[in-house]
Design a protein around this ligand. Sequence first.
Ligand code: FNR
Length: 391
Amino acid sequence: MTRKAAAFGCHNIHDLREAARRFLPRGLFEFIDRGAEDELCLERDVAAFRRVRLLPRVLRDVSRADPAGELLGGPAAFPLAVAPTGGAGMVRHHGDLLLARAAAAAGVPFAISSASNMEVEQICRAGGRLWFQLYLWEDRSLSMAVVERARAAGCEALVVTADIPVSPNREYNRRNGFASPFRLGFGNAADILSHPRWFTAVMLRYLREGGMPAQANLPRPLAHAVTREAAPRARFRGDSLTWDEVARMRDGWPGRFVLKGLLRPDDAERAVALGVDGIVVSNHGGRSLDCAAATLEALPDVVAAVSGRAEVLVDSGVRRGSDIAKALALGARGVLAGRAPLYGLAAGGQAGVEYALDLLKEEFVRTMGLCGARDLSELDAGLLWRSPAEI
Ligand code: FNR
């Protein structure tokens, strides 16, 4: 760790974030880093984690504290999965593949975003435990074709994201003239020229290949079309998605099925009733509804409603290994992390992601030791200074 820290000059996720800020053009950094509207939700998410206080148990032999466990029926070296993030391929050339390889090396699952600019088959070559996250295209048959490809390529779980039914309001993207895929133009020329390392390592490589690709998981002829100009058929359309459609998807998917982006106990009940294996309590990292509750505020009621019938994961705001311990003490099975691995990806490619995951794991194991927890089951509600309702 020390050698790596020296290589990156970073000692925690906050340092990696600053390294990402230096590497990426501003428009791109803000796209991965910021929230929506006034960024109240993002602030609340992070603040909620910071507010939780633990009462450590002492004088228990923690010399062999074991952070390993199971997530969605498979092993995880510690209770974290890398969240699906559509922008990875702009941060680094073939960014999704680098994230997948790093997750495999760290022994944690990786959720492939359906908005990725690489084909799911290419990403699956990384190996490791892979989940596939789905946004729905207007033409639902395209979505189902991609889901089938993900299954054939080895994705063990389908993660349907429910919290972006309409486009969220991210004013900074408009102000920065940001577009996905990233385009060079007069508006961002100065921004790009002042980040030559990113231009050489990322944009130049895409330009040599004919330009930065857009969504790569549409059927090939159409994927080609959207690379050149946005084809209306290829637009994501989540606004007409309903519980009935999710129930049909659940029935048609043979593996584990996860609904991501729930905050309400009644929605969690409904998800359990239609047979989900997991729920991700998420507000999309504060990037969707800005007046949404923090995920840690919502978590205890969802855990109570689910009452062990499905796994409850939580994301939005994980920046320290201790945040994972807090999530477990509040009843989550594990966490997803989106920005933390992306900061690592920007700072150092695959090695940077591995470093980000190492940091989170090391901090998590340290927190376990300091709390007197020998395994994950000992990160329980008894560690909380106040009851979940009071956080
Ligand atoms: C996301 N997120 C996301 N979620 C999803 O289901 N599909 C996607 O394609 C994306 N894309 C995406 C891009 C970027 C740049 C970010 C930061 C996030 C949300 C993501 O899966 C996760 O819910 C949050 O990132 C969790 O919050 P933290 O860990 O970033 O605070």
